[in-house]
Ligand binder design. Structure first.
Ligand code: PEP
Length: 255
């Protein structure tokens, strides 16, 4: 039985005051759903400690939006897994499309980050997804398969158990155009079959696969109703506690 998981990716938004208000608002408004739904918020690095304090005793998990694979040393500007754990992170987003396409992260780098996060005991939210031209050229399955195979290369079945995959079609992120529930379900089903082939059916059946890409309160229920959609990774709509809580409620009611 997979527990629904809703994550909020705040991206490069909020400031020290609004980050605290948002974390507090999420903790308050989703409290009654946390027995049925896992919830995480992922603020910018600099607001992680303040957000952690604002969450207080809430079971809402704290996540980072990225991490570096080395443990420490001369890596100016980078943040390690140990540092994230030190400030209370449970989750870390890895391979987000903005890091792949804006910052130009490669599958090889993402694989190192994923491996380091798992080894450090962080729960990774591993993002994959195709560009619009790749979808239009009928390459969605090939692109997502390659991202997963390269991203998870060398990661054992035991270690892969902790990975959450987020399927986020790039054309749907921040555009207001979400994938239809059917389009998303097709790719989620394909990903689950791929994980069964790469590892085993038990691991595939238990793996939480989130959808991300213009998920909002008004489409959360129909997305979550699909059998292989276990959760949502939410960008824009996670910046309003009421909207985010409405999506958490939809997830609790859908499963
Ligand atoms: C994201 O950043 O992971 C995302 C899905 O963004 P949005 O919900 O704004 O499309």
């Amino acid at each position: 039985m997979r527990k629904p998981f809703i994550g909020g990716n705040w991206k490069m938004n909020t400031d020290s005051k609004s980050a605290v208000e948002l974390a507090k608002g999420v903790a308050e408004k989703c409290a009654s759903y946390l027995s049925k739904v896992d919830v995480a918020v992922c603020p910018p690095f600099v607001y992680l400690p303040a957000a952690k304090a604002a969450l207080g005793n809430s079971a809402v998990g704290l996540g980072a939006q990225d991490v570096y694979f080395e443990a420490k040393g001369a890596f100016t500007g980078e943040v390690s897994c140990g540092m994230l754990k030190d400030v209370g992170c449970k989750y870390v987003i890895i391979g987000h499309s903005e890091r792949r396409h804006v910052i130009k992260e490669t599958d090889a780098l993402i694989n190192k980050k994923l491996t380091a996060a798992i080894d450090a005991g962080l729960l990774p939210i591993f993002c994959v997804g195709e560009l619009l031209e790749e979808r239009n050229a009928g390459k969605t399955e090939a692109v997502v398969t390659e991202q997963i195979q390269k991203g998870m290369a060398g990661i054992s079945a035991e270690k892969a158990k902790t990975v959450v995959i987020a399927y986020e079609p790039v054309w749907a992120i921040g555009t207001g155009v979400n994938a239809s529930p059917e389009q998303a379900q097709d790719v989620h089903f394909m990903i689950r079959q791929l994980i069964a082939k790469m590892y085993n059916k038990d691991l595939a059946d238990n793996m939480v696969i989130q959808y991300g890409g213009s998920a909002k309160p008004d489409n959360a229920a129909v997305l979550m109703a699909k059998p292989d959609i276990d959760g949502l990774l939410v960008g824009g709509a996670s910046l309003k506690a009421d909207d985010f809580a409405a999506m958490i409620k939809a997830a609790a009611e859908a499963k």
